[in-house]
Design a protein around this ligand. Structure first.
Ligand SMILES: [Zn+2]
Length: 283
């Protein structure tokens, strides 16, 4: 995978990323967040929309509020993970604006005023439901051909798909949904702008297909536990990433189980026995 990198961006100040779109990066860098969560300010005819206020960091939220040049029209949430919506309640104490999200009740305590569904539009931004990384994940399509892709497609890394809320089959279907669109660039929840997103999304899908083949290959040799599979597949990785890697393996296993390729006996996973020609095929 050809992931993108960028220098540490300035914290606490907006940077213009496209016509009418600015980004402020929250100071929550980490193994899962890269330099931090991207908060976007999108200027529309209806006013400015904030996409993902980010974590509950007063300095970041104040910087976002200060950067709103016209009237604040609303707050849009890509999904309910804490690094995106943890600061929502605090932000609403600074600014006065309605909140839109897929679920009106977000993970934890924050809640939205309005629910969104596939095909809805807010301030000219189209809603694309992209479950997989999270069941409530939505992307927002800007009329200029830019998709705010949240954590569904990130430029710096592949996404964690962690069951039970994360679902690998849904994630792959949501990647294919992106291939059916004609966006010219993605603005992700972490990392820099992603130009020419189609080839990148195709690579992400290929990456998952290869992982799936590798898991099946291992299980055809012997039954294994998910963390044993993760240790063999994710070699030379930071040990702190292994719990997330194991969650990804679990998501693959559950997809393969639903498709009839693997089964489990308690925690131990087996490859489904291969049918020999003629077995059970009738006369
Ligand atoms: Zn997330």
């Amino acid at each position: 995978m050809a992931y993108l990198t960028e220098p540490v961006p300035p914290y606490g100040a907006p940077t213009r990323v496209a016509e009418g779109i600015r980004r402020i990066v929250a100071r929550n860098p980490g193994l899962m967040t890269y330099h931090g969560t991207n908060t976007y300010l999108v200027d529309t005819e209806a006013g400015t929309f904030v996409i993902d206020p980010g974590p509950d960091d007063p300095a970041h939220l104040q910087a976002v509020a200060r950067s709103i040049e016209t009237a604040l029209a609303g707050i849009l949430m890509t999904h309910g993970h804490a690094d995106h919506c943890g600061g929502l309640n605090s932000f609403r104490r600074i600014v006065d604006a309605p909140v839109w999200a897929f679920h009106r009740q977000l993970a934890g305590s924050p809640s939205a005023d309005f629910g969104l569904r596939e095909g809805d539009s807010v301030g000219g931004l189209g809603v694309v439901h992209t479950p997989g990384h999270a069941s409530d994940h939505i992307c927002f399509a800007h009329p200029s051909g830019i998709l705010f892709s949240g954590d569904h497609v990130m430029s710096w890394s592949s996404s964690v798909v962690s069951p039970p809320d994360g679902d690998m089959a849904a994630y792959c279907a949501s990647l294919r949904k992106c291939l059916d669109r004609s966006d010219r660039a993605f603005l992700p929840g972490h990392g820099p702008i992603l130009p020419k997103p189609h080839s990148y999304v195709r690579d992400l899908l290929h990456h998952r297909e290869e992982r799936e083949k590798a898991i099946l290959h291992l299980l055809r040799r012997q039954p294994m536990l998910p963390d044993e599979i993760a240790r063999l597949l994710y070699v030379n990785r930071d040990a702190r990433l292994m719990p997330a890697a194991t969650r990804n393996v679990m998501a693959h296993l559950q997809k393969l189980e639903r498709e009839g390729h693997v089964s489990r006996a308690q925690d131990l996973w087996h490859a489904a026995s291969l049918r020999r020609a003629g077995d059970g095929s009738g006369p």
